[in-house]
Design a protein around this ligand. Structure first.
Ligand SMILES: Nc1ncnc2c1ncn2[C@@H]1O[C@H](COP(=O)(O)OP(=O)(O)OP(=O)(O)O)[C@@H](O)[C@H]1O
Length: 257
């Protein structure tokens, strides 16, 4: 596939396979224009990495998808449902199918690992009984290789282990879509590689679709089925890692130095 700057074109794969469809998004804060006619679709089981300079609007984009920010215009369909006009109840319902893994793991220091994982389960599914909750917690921890940490406190775990716990806590709700914001920031390169590999393995196993924001090119190379470059508020270019890496466009090339 040819990699070319993609100024206004809407990337629209077969309708039944799209889990997120963003069309013609505009978002400004006063005079500060962040998104200007941004369009992107993510297909089922696809992992799309969004690359962009600091301040390009990557976090704004993710916040628009989950309704923390409203675009000034444009549409965002998540799993077939338009989210831009939803009220808080509607958004809460839509967010049940979306998992997040953010830079800060948001693990509660005063709770055991088990309690940290139980927390989202009890909030989302109030009718689960104790044995079922424990089973789900154990399975989630096992999927990230941390079953032995069930009754440990977060302070007893390394940064990489805490990232795994955060991943387990995201996966326990069985989201269809996961949004990752800098999933390996702050980790050493070896641990980052392990986390990248774990994310990749679990995504394939659980058949989740994802948007990942990352500056870590090793992470991008490992995880991305497709890379999208957010530049000047638009989806400037898209392609596989290899396609974009070999591009001669200096605006694309700068990300692969
Ligand atoms: N709530 C807000 N009010 C005003 N300006 C905002 C708000 N949120 C974000 N911005 C501005 O939008 C721009 C894009 O911010 P954003 O956090 O999306 O960048 P980013 O691409 O994620 O950058 P980084 O890689 O540094 O995290 C910045 O100029 C930021 O100051």
């Amino acid at each position: 596939m040819e990699t070319k700057p993609n100024t206004n074109e809407i990337i629209e794969p077969a309708k039944d396979k799209s889990v997120i469809v963003m069309k013609n998004l505009y978002k400004a804060f006063g005079e500060n224009k962040i998104l200007e006619d941004f369009s992107l679709s993510v297909q089922k089981e696809e992992s799309v990495v969004v690359l962009g300079k600091s301040g390009a609007g990557k976090s704004v984009l993710i916040k628009c998808i989950i309704g923390l920010l409203k675009p000034d215009s444009g549409s965002i369909e998540v799993l077939g449902k338009e989210v831009t006009g939803l009220d808080e109840d509607g958004l809460a319902e839509a967010r049940k199918k979306i998992g997040f893994l953010f830079q800060a793991n948001a693990i509660y220091d005063s709770m055991t690992i088990r309690e940290n994982l139980e927390f989202p389960l009890r909030r989302h599914w109030t009718d689960l009984d104790e044995p079922k909750v424990l089973k789900m917690v154990e399975e989630a921890l096992e999927s990230v290789g941390l079953e032995h940490t069930l009754d440990m406190m977060p302070a007893e775990l390394s940064g990489g282990m805490l990232k795994r716990v955060a991943l387990a806590r995201t996966l326990i709700l069985k989201p269809e879509i996961i949004l990752y914001d800098e999933p390996t920031t702050g980790l050493d390169p070896i641990t980052s590689k392990e986390i990248d590999q774990l994310i990749l393995t679990l995504q394939k196993k659980l058949k989740t679709s994802s948007i990942i924001i990352s500056h870590d090119m090793s992470c991008v190379k490992t995880i991305a089925d497709r890379v999208v470059i957010l530049l000047d508020g638009k989806c400037y270019a898209e392609g596989t890692y290899e396609e974009l890496e070999s591009s001669e466009d200096p605006k694309i090339n700068q990300f692969f130095q």
